[in-house]
Design a binder for this molecule. Structure first.
Ligand code: GLP
Length: 261
């Protein structure tokens, strides 16, 4: 694991964006796994700025988003398709047909999951998977439980997840109860995973996920097993692991992403 702690969120956004820029410079046709939520917004702004400065191009990139709410059409302001268009895709040069997000309105959700897995398989390995972290340790919408899924599947959202995401809806009742999400197998098959977490409210779950036991009750804890995990935290999210870092709890306590690609 490579752990980077940043003094403020802007530095973190810039570093995460530059990690992606460096990858695309070396591999312009890279396959990216992308996340939504509040955390990546600043990263997408920094990427947009890099494209505007012509530092990087997404013309040959293929992207696969982690998840989508069941029942929300692409033009619903809280759908993840809408989010991605607003925060990234419409500002950069990625061809729309190379951007992939599960269709939460598909008539047959099981078939949609299978279709998404076939697309993922056809694209080859994800080069870089950008991940955020839910307060209960979820990644994508892989919620804590007795078992986890390897493939894309329909997930029942945890009440805590619905509550946390209610801020993106007019009323809490509007938050869908289900979502389609990539499974742990697809996430894990990525060459590199970039986990980005901000804010003091995530300090406890960051601590559990990165230093606690590996358990399906905290899906993000499985990331400890990934051979190329890069973690970027702001000071708030790192609050509970800092002392552990100085005690050398990590394989490589503080490092940069240099030499990753
Ligand atoms: C949602 C997404 C996750 C994301 C999580 C945390 O539940 N499905 O992919 O990591 O929110 O979001 P935030 O960054 O807003 O805390």
């Amino acid at each position: 694991m490579k752990l980077n702690i940043f003094a403020n969120p802007n530095l973190l956004h810039e570093a995460a964006a530059q990690t992606i820029v460096r990858l695309l410079r070396q591999k312009p046709d890279a396959v990216l796994g992308l996340a939504t939520g509040g955390t990546p917004v600043g990263i997408y702004e920094a990427l947009t700025a890099a494209v505007r400065r012509r530092e990087v191009s997404f013309a040959r990139v293929a992207s696969f988003n982690l998840d989508e709410y069941v029942g929300l059409p692409p033009d619903h302001p809280a759908s993840y398709r809408y989010y991605m268009d607003q925060h990234l895709f419409r500002h950069i040069d990625i061809p729309p047909e190379r951007t992939h997000i599960p269709d939460g309105c598909a008539a047959d959700l099981e078939r949609e999951c299978e279709r998404y897995d076939r697309l993922l398989q056809a694209a080859g390995r994800i080069d870089l998977m950008l991940l955020g972290l839910g307060h209960n340790g979820h990644i994508g919408f892989n919620e804590p439980g007795r078992a986890l899924h390897s493939k894309t599947h329909v997930a029942i959202l945890h009440p805590q997840t619905r509550e946390a995401n209610a801020r993106f809806f007019r009323t809490p009742e509007e938050v869908p109860t289900r979502a389609i999400t990539m499974g742990l197998g697809s996430i894990f098959s990525a060459r590199t995973i970039l986990l980005v977490v901000k804010g003091n409210d995530k300090a406890d779950i960051v601590h559990r996920a990165l230093t606690g036991p590996i358990t399906t009750e905290c899906p993000a804890s499985l990331l400890q097993l990934h051979p190329r995990l890069v973690v970027m935290l702001d000071e708030g999210a790192a609050a509970r692991i800092k002392c552990q870092t100085t005690q050398n709890a990590f394989h490589e306590p503080v490092d940069s992403t240099n030499g990753l690609w």
